[in-house]
Design a protein around this ligand. Sequence first.
Ligand SMILES: NC(=O)C1=CN([C@@H]2O[C@H](COP(=O)(O)OP(=O)(O)OC[C@H]3O[C@@H](n4cnc5c(N)ncnc54)[C@H](O)[C@@H]3O)[C@@H](O)[C@H]2O)C=CC1
Ligand SMILES: O=C(O)CCC(=O)C(=O)O
Length: 527
Amino acid sequence: MSKHTIVVCDHIHDAGLQILQNTEDVNYVYAADVDKTELLNIIKDAQVAITRSSTDVDEKFLNAAVNLKAVIRAGVGYDNVDMEGCSKRGIIAMNVPTANTIAAVELTMTHMLSCMRKFPYAHNQLKIDRVWKREDWYGNELYGKKLGVIGFGNIGHRVALRAKSFEMDVLTYDPYIPSTKATDLGIKYTTNFEDILSCDIITIHTPKNKETINMIGFEEIARMKDGVVLINCARGGLYNEDALYENLKSGKVAMAGIDVFIKEPAIDHPLLDLPNVTVTAHLGANTKESQREISVQAANNAIESARGISYPNALNLPIDESKIPHFVKPYIELTQKMAFLLAQLSKSEIRSINITAEGEISEYLDSLQTFATVGVLAVSCGDEVNYVNANFIAKEKGIDLTNSEFSNHSGYQNKVSINITTPTGVKTISGTVFNEDVQRIVEINGFPLDIEPKGKMIIMRNHDVPGVIGEVGKILGNNNINIADFRLSRGKDGALAVILIDEKACSDVLKKLDSLEAAIAVAYAEI
Ligand SMILES: NC(=O)C1=CN([C@@H]2O[C@H](COP(=O)(O)OP(=O)(O)OC[C@H]3O[C@@H](n4cnc5c(N)ncnc54)[C@H](O)[C@@H]3O)[C@@H](O)[C@H]2O)C=CC1
Ligand SMILES: O=C(O)CCC(=O)C(=O)O
């Protein structure tokens, strides 16, 4: 039995490791304790990698991971995964998005309460210094304070709900949700960021991306209340670290609760020297409950993706398969096969791929386009191309991808056509699906046909003169090639024959066919 190699790059809970170990078709490699240079050596055999935030899936990692098909980020944030690098290489990136939500929510509340009561400092005074000085530790209450929650997703909205139970006045800023998502929960909603800046406590729960990096910097802090408290259990760099440091030092920011840093591990970070921060070493997801659940999900998802069965929570697929209705799937399959056939017939540089569709199927032009691109590129790139990297490869090769709804109606309920442009002209193919899953090619280069997109075939353009079928049959027969079916289409510019054969036709046979007086063009293709 061939085994799938799954490499675990970071520490995950034993429950997931057990699953990998007990799966017969998995060769599981535990690489959490090796140094990064050794990891690059180990990762070259991996078909699937499981990582956490301690392993950057960057250019170096991806260049080393030559057999990688999928990478699973055992957590939420995937800012340490080079998504474009994965897509270009056809690697599917996935995360495990909700299993650590509660852990991160509860750590956020811990930091918030710790900041308000200066808990670690009070704790250390008694425990380490053995000093009982109650007058040193007058904290503040959450009760009645205004809390600004930036980002109202899985974590943000739960932090808001918990804050409400402390009878805080909670306000959220998240331009990407309907306001009712917050207001239905009794949380105030604003689209004005200044409202957030006027809060007593601010906590951030957004992903880290171009828009959110430095979302809170010197200017924003200057507009905040004196004595504001800032919490960050999302990602280092959402609050500008220099601005945070300077304003904690001046006291403008009274306290900050920080779980995440731009550069981790952050053992020498200047923030650690300040007396008014509570810090944790990126522990947001570190509860036994959450880590058990994440590792189980990550292991199962790794096995599914290694087997090519499914890619749960895929982040870089151009198509969300769950949104594709059942009737579209045979069209997608047919489109890829037709594109593969057409590219074999063209056998030359492809300059553009254009998809047109008529009927209800035209609502799925983008998906059809992607699969047509896979089909076309598979002829020159083989297994290297898949629907994750097809558009990237096409772009790199300078192939123009376009699609449009076809306004004419040919009489088919749904029809998909592919046009590819080569230096010698445009080639076309069209197809439809009957009775839900009977796929048929109904036209090649303007010649109407009815053929199943399957098997070995010779496609021959010829002058429409007597005797051609006989001569073709003779050549194939003399070369021990059995004809399974012979489909002929006639047009004003001659005829087109699709000859389905049982054996592969070698170039010698094709040359003989091409040398027939009536022949215009002969090609061999397989689907
Ligand atoms: N410290 C830790 O160990 C952990 C950190 N995290 C981090 O917490 C953050 C939030 O995670 P989830 O709530 O699970 O993600 P989520 O995807 O459920 O929620 C993110 C929310 O941020 C909003 N958002 C995006 N851009 C925004 C912007 N410019 N302004 C305001 N809102 C914006 C989105 O609309 C979404 O509602 C992520 O950065 C994640 O990586 C998550 C788990 C553990
Ligand atoms: O456990 C980890 O690797 C970090 C968790 C985290 O930050 C996340 O899930 O986004």
